[in-house]
Design a binder for this molecule. Structure first.
Ligand SMILES: Cc1cc2nc3c(=O)[nH]c(=O)nc-3n(C[C@H](O)[C@H](O)[C@H](O)COP(=O)(O)OP(=O)(O)OC[C@H]3O[C@@H](n4cnc5c(N)ncnc54)[C@H](O)[C@@H]3O)c2cc1C
Length: 505
């Protein structure tokens, strides 16, 4: 079937990143079609315990800023029945680096002067199924056209359109965004260069029945052959340093899992049944460019790395939050010059950092006395206030800052979640997907500047804690484009407004 109509945007993949991006585009007034390979959005691997995902601050902020945080937190599946091993410890864990936990009681958040507490603080965990359910409901409410059971299998682009072949039909679009995961068909078909480092291990997540007596001790263990975590009654994760050889073997059998578990744990454990198993690796690859003509990449389609420390979903959702409003403005024709290019410029360095964070963890996890000695030193460092704050900044995303060139130390960071004296919070003022110029100084010239730009709201505000600011300019993705202690610095503010929002004629 040939579709003569040209869509504004087609998104390949209705995983969390594709769905979030579709919502962002619709919110900004753009028609979106999402093509998803699988017919059924439900899958056991998306559900607890294997589907568990830890959400970072930028992700929590993104859901809050779009009015989705309540749905995400209130109806989420509970881990009460089978809590993961780190929830059973006396000290509350904030997350980990290579399995070395940092603890909340070590974190001194006075080190983060530009943060104000949000409605929910990390670590927040839920499962993939729930995240996708919340986003799919939102996409449907916004009018996104979601087509399930449609596998994208070919892409060709010209100067003014992209032709997409999918399940025997052909669609044309002005823009195509690949959100089709780590093995992205679109990325390959469109000829993006994907470069990085090959895996050192095969990771396993498995639900097993283990015979009694069971020699495994709950918790995470590093051994002469790798690493395993065990959670009663039979939830096991393992890293087997085989160079990734067993990833995606045709069939993961009970016998195979038993032999890997025996080797990695150094026990003679007997696995009597295998309910569910999946493999993954620490392969760390990233696209050299996130855009090629009219095709863009986001999420795992743009970068893959090990799931250690829970970063990939957060990184991908950050891509979607960053890209949505920029692509929408480009399509509407009201984007300032260079706006779409800033997507790669801002997100690619962050992706590279996350890949390195993952590689550094693998170096600490390698079997052998050198890595164990390094891990012991890191464990001591991470249990200091400085060490815990450093790891929390990276894992929770507190350190995220784009190099925007503006002078104030808040510029480029996520906007503080101000509680205004009228009872509202900053995040609520971003739900429209527009930018906001927050004015604590009641300066008429600021209202005028906001009024001169498309999709920029003006908010005269008062707050008990204004962090010493007179005003701040917040982009639609919640990033501070400009901040000032003195509202008189109008040239710099005007410049920042013109960089992110087009001027009305
Ligand atoms: C064991 C494990 C634990 C993890 N834990 C965490 C964590 O705690 N925190 C975290 O941030 N990240 C975590 N991650 C990583 C996270 O799951 C991924 O980074 C995230 O799912 C990426 O989202 P995505 O939407 O880009 O891709 P995906 O979730 O892979 O979604 C891609 C979608 O595209 C569809 N698709 C694929 N090909 C096509 C095609 N040709 N045509 C149409 N549709 C297609 C797929 O069916 C799928 O629905 C973990 C990963 C694993 C494996």
């Amino acid at each position: 079937m040939h579709d003569a109509f040209i869509h504004d945007v087609v998104i390949a993949g209705a995983g969390p990143v594709g769905l979030f991006l579709a919502c962002e585009l619709r919110l900004a007034g753009i028609a979106v079609v999402v093509l998803e390979r699988t017919a059924d959005p439900h899958a056991p691997l998306k559900q607890l315990p294997f589907g568990m995902r830890g959400l970072s601050l930028p992700t929590i902020d993104a859901f809050h800023r779009r009015g989705l945080l309540q749905a995400l937190t209130t109806q989420r599946p509970s881990t009460e029945e089978a809590p993961p091993h780190w929830k059973l410890q006396p000290r509350a864990a904030g997350g980990h680096f290579a399995g070395i936990q940092f603890h909340r009681d070590r974190i001194d958040d006075s080190r983060w002067p530009w943060r104000l507490p949000g409605p929910v603080e990390p670590p927040l965990t839920t499962d993939m199924q729930h995240i996708e359910t919340v986003l799919a409901a939102r996409a449907e409410a916004l009018g996104v056209q979601l087509m399930r059971g449609v596998d994208v299998d070919g892409v060709a682009q010209s100067d003014d359109a992209v032709t997409i072949s999918a399940a025997g039909r052909t669609l044309r679009a002005r823009w195509l965004v690949a959100c089709d995961g780590g093995r992205s068909t679109v990325r390959k078909a469109a000829g993006f260069t994907f470069a990085g480092t090959e895996p050192e291990f095969t990771g396993y997540s498995a639900d097993l029945t283990i015979a009694e007596p069971n020699p495994l001790t709950p918790g995470r263990h590093y051994t002469a052959a790798g690493m395993y975590t065990y959670q009663r009654p039979g939830i096991v994760a393992m890293a087997d340093f085989d160079g990734g050889a067993c990833h995606r073997m045709r069939e993961i059998t009970r016998e195979h899992v038993q032999s890997v578990l025996r080797r990695v744990s150094g026990t003679d454990v007997s696995v009597t049944a295998l309910q569910l198993a999946a493999t993954w690796t620490d392969r760390a690859f990233q696209a050299e460019a996130y855009r090629k003509g009219r095709v863009l990449l986001a999420g795992d389609a743009a970068h893959v790395h090990s799931p250690l420390g829970g970063q990939g979903l957060n990184l991908g959702l950050g891509d979607a939050m960053n890209l949505g409003w920029k692509l929408a403005a480009t399509i509407r024709g009201d984007a300032p010059p260079g706006l779409l290019d800033s997507y790669h410029a801002e997100r690619h360095p962050l992706g590279a950092q996350v890949l390195d964070w993952s590689r550094a963890q693998v170096a600490v996890m390698r079997p052998g006395p050198g890595s164990r000695a390094l891990a012991a030193i890191l464990a001591e460092l991470i249990d200091t206030r400085d060490g815990a704050a450093y790891v929390a900044e990276r894992v929770w995303g507190v350190s995220l800052r784009y190099a925007l060139g503006a002078t104030h130390p808040l510029a480029g960071r996520s906007a503080p979640e101000f509680s205004f004296n009228d009872g509202s919070r900053l995040g609520e003022h971003l739900r429209s997907g527009r930018g906001v110029l927050v004015d604590f100084s009641a300066t008429a010239a600021l209202r005028e500047i906001a009024g001169q730009h498309h999709r920029l709201d003006y908010l005269a505000a008062d707050a008990a804690d204004m962090l010493g600011l007179a005003a701040l300019l917040v982009r639609p993705d919640g990033i501070v484009a400009w901040a000032g202690a003195d509202a008189g610095d109008l040239p710099e503010l005007g410049q920042a407004a013109g960089r992110w929002f087009s001027r009305k004629r």
